[in-house]
Design a protein around this ligand. Structure first.
Ligand code: CTP
Length: 400
């Protein structure tokens, strides 16, 4: 999968920089072309001579070449690459990438890069866990970058914890898998619902839920990355879709989402219903703001919304694949099984609110997938981006 792939390898100032030598060797062995861009601090840990010998290309570090007055074009490099991999990525580099602080050749190259970007963090456990680092990582993910999570183990500080750069073989596997799955959904159309719905009470209030839309947006990006034309029907969220093949339709209420989804569904090959749709809405919407005055308690009369999933399940024709989600707090499998059947899903993704790190608002998810043949697979806690990869893999296996 990596044959003839052009890869920019960014190396930063971490003790794990020595592993970059193994990484280059593994990439070159697979047929990739590797162009190293190293930060000044990176050169304290590994010499450019080692890196240029292994990559068979001069190493780039500065904007200008000392000898002949020429300059290195980060723009050309960014266009040349099929992928940019920053390994090891220090806390400082992640922070600069997140904020666009382009004070070295590596960051300018990153900002110019049109290709997918992967970063493999390496640092001490407390630095990794620090909210500033986690914030940078979350920002980078939200820009569509891929974070190759560090492993847990012994660190250079002799402390034990999460922060060791992932092993070079695993990083290569990650890239191989990325390229292997690119384009497999070419010519397929996929509908995704995401986010919460807001059901109006009066001009300033609504009934809603905590869904952030992150899981649905991650699914849309993953499907588009694999070549699908995606229709993303979203409730009110503060997220943006990155991939040009994602057509986003914004909705507010369950009824609007119902209309957009039922209209799009006949034309798609598959749908993943990730939205947390409100089951009920206020029976009447007050035209004016409800005043406190001396009313005492008030009662909100709620009426049932239509079930989008069940409607699409009933509409489903041969050749279409339908997947849904279930967020449960108790008797998870039993509830998921009954939703799978009631809504005519091909598979259902189960989250339990009992799992820390799973569900609404978080950047991670722990999912189980149950399919209509009764096969149940549990996955470990992962980023929502990585969980999206597992879900789309399942979808593709059933679409075949
Ligand atoms: N769903 C939908 N339309 C609704 C309600 C739910 O499309 N009006 C979809 C969700 O997107 C999800 C699945 O149905 O894929 C299950 O949603 P969930 O809220 O867990 O199930 P409900 O059927 O609403 O059951 P309950 O609230 O009783 O758990």
């Amino acid at each position: 999968m990596l044959k003839d792939k052009k890869i920019i390898l960014g190396i930063t100032g971490s003790i794990a920089a020595y592993k970059a030598a193994y990484l280059i060797r593994a990439l070159v062995k697979k047929g990739a072309e590797v162009q190293v861009v190293i930060t000044p601090a990176g050169k304290e840990f590994i010499t450019p001579l080692t890196l240029s010998t292994l990559s068979r290309r001069p190493v780039i570090s500065e904007f200008f070449s000392n000898r002949d007055g020429s300059w290195h074009s980060h723009v050309d490099l960014g266009i040349w690459a099929d992928a940019m991999l920053i390994a090891p990525a220090t806390a400082a580099t992640l922070g600069k990438m997140a904020h666009g602080i382009a004070d070295n050749m590596l960051i300018t190259t990153y900002l110019s890069c049109k290709a997918p970007v992967f970063a493999a963090p390496a640092m001490d456990l407390d630095m990794f866990a620090h909210p500033a680092t986690q914030h940078s990582i979350n920002m980078l993910r939200s820009f569509g970058n891929h974070i190759i999570e560090p492993a847990v183990g012994e660190l250079a500080s002799r402390l034990e914890g999460k922060g060791r750069m992932e092993e070079p073989e695993r990083i290569v596997e990650y890239l191989e898998n990325f390229f292997a799955t690119q384009g497999v959904l070419q010519k397929k159309k996929i509908l995704i619902t995401a986010g919460p719905t807001y059901e109006r009470i009066d001009p300033v209030r609504f009934v809603g839920n905590y869904s952030s839309g992150k899981m649905g947006f991650a699914l849309a990006e993953e499907c588009a990355r694999r070549g699908a034309a995606v229709t993303l029907v979203s409730g009110p969220v503060s997220l943006s879709a990155k991939h040009p093949d994602i057509k986003r339709i914004d909705t507010e209420s369950a009824e609007e989402m119902y209309r957009a989804s039922t209209e799009a569904f006949p034309d798609v090959d598959a749908a993943i219903l990730c939205a947390a749709v409100a089951d009920y809405r206020p029976a009447t919407i007050c035209g004016e703001k409800i005043k406190r005055e001396d009313r005492g308690d008030i009662t909100l009369h709620l009426t049932a919304n239509r079930d989008i999933a069940a409607s699409l399940g009933a509409m489903k024709r041969k050749g279409q694949t339908l997947a849904g989600f279930a967020l449960e707090t108790n008797d998870e499998i039993t509830h998921a099984e009954s939703k799978l059947r009631k809504k005519n899903f091909d598979f259902i993704v189960l989250n339990s609110l009992r799992d820390t790190g799973a569900g609404f608002g978080t950047d991670t998810n722990r999912i189980s997938i149950l399919d209509n043949k009764g096969e149940l697979t549990d996955y470990p806690l992962k980023s929502k981006q990585e969980a999206a990869v597992d879900i789309v893999n399942k979808l593709i296996s059933l679409m075949k």
